[in-house]
Design a protein around this ligand. Structure first.
Ligand code: NAD
Length: 302
């Protein structure tokens, strides 16, 4: 019987460990979230981040520049947050409106307040194995592996996806944990064969159900980072051909969340796997909270 890796269980542990650390600080940690424009998905993410702060006793502040914001205005906002002593963490919610230069804005965040771990200095710290904030989603995956005691050292890890926010930092973290790491991407020539070598397979490419049961070595751990909303009935019918109850769920709601790993085939092929939703998803915000508490503790010298 495969093990289901429960992200909420891991998240609750992480948050429970943060609570006493927050209580010990001389003042509440401060997180500023900059949400530019009106991207509906971003609005939901930001709402959940603010809610997590409230529950943990982190002071959060939401800044909402308009859709028409310029790069210069974004840089001014970031600069003023960099200067404010009671702000420990700055999160610029992606994607930014298309007229802005997102890279310049992210690079302007004070590296010590960079709770997303996206600043080039922090990417360098990660590559060099030096302490620093790590990108939240891949560090959440490491927490999942650790807390379920899935061995990493000496194992083969295959990551599908090479983005700067998930795939690449995931590879670095697994490498530092002594896995033998392969990174696959859109130009990998035999994806199925590469994946089948994995003891730990991380799917992070934003392609619904692309990792099939046949990609998985018996007993392997499958970590599904993908979150895709499937709205096409034909696609849903294909994915859930042998799971009529899930198909009915799609039919009643008009959409369904599907990971990058096949939701019907993976459970019977893997030794352990993360479901979507309820797997990796809950960990990203928990690690954002963790990075914010770390930043506050470091800045307050405790
Ligand atoms: P991205 O679009 O930036 O990168 C996708 C990567 O996948 C690219 O490197 C590309 O080379 C690779 N890829 C695309 N198609 C491929 C294919 N057919 N075969 C092999 N590789 C392929 O995506 P991202 O920002 O890294 O996000 C990936 C997924 O993870 C998305 O579904 C996203 O919604 C999800 N995500 C989840 C969380 C979370 O909190 N759980 C956080 C971030 C991203």
């Amino acid at each position: 019987v495969p093990r289901i890796l429960d992200g909420k269980w891991v998240r609750d542990q992480i948050l429970a460990e943060l609570r006493p650390r927050v209580a010990k600080l001389p003042r509440p940690p401060g997180l500023a979230v900059v949400l530019a424009g009106h991207n509906p998905a971003s609005e939901i993410y930001v709402r959940n981040k603010v809610k997590a702060c409230q529950e943990l006793g982190i002071r959060s502040e939401k800044l909402t520049p308009p859709e028409t914001v310029t790069t210069a205005e974004m840089l001014e906002i970031v600069d003023s947050l960099n200067r404010r002593p009671e702000i420990d963490g700055i999160l610029v919610q992606m994607p930014l409106p298309s007229q802005t230069d997102a890279r310049r804005v992210l690079d302007a965040v004070d590296p010590d307040k960079d709770v997303d771990g996206f600043h080039p200095l922090n990417a360098g710290r990660l590559a060099g194995g030096q302490p620093g904030p790590r990108p939240c989603t891949p560090s959440g995956v490491m927490q999942m592996l650790r807390r379920y005691e899935i061995p990493v050292a000496g194992r083969r890890a295959v990551i599908v996806g090479r983005s700067d926010i998930v795939g690449k930092p995931m590879a670095m973290l697994l490498l530092h944990a002594h896995a033998t790491v392969t990174i696959c991407h859109s130009r990998t020539s035999n994806l199925e064969e590469e994946c089948r070598r994995a003891d730990i397979l991380v799917a992070a490419m934003g392609r619904p159900a692309l990792v099939r049961g046949s990609f998985v070595q018996p007993g392997a751990t499958v970590i599904d980072v993908g979150i895709n909303r499937v709205t096409d009935p034909a696609q849903a019918a294909r994915i859930f051909a042998s799971a009529p109850e899930r198909l009915r769920e799609f039919e009643s709601k008009g959409s369904v969340l599907v990971g990058d790993a096949h939701p019907v085939e993976i459970p019977s092929a893997a030794g352990a796997y993360t479901p979507v939703p309820g797997g990796v998803g809950p960990l990203t915000i928990a690690m954002l909270m963790s990075n914010t508490v770390d930043a506050a503790a470091r800045r307050l010298g405790v």
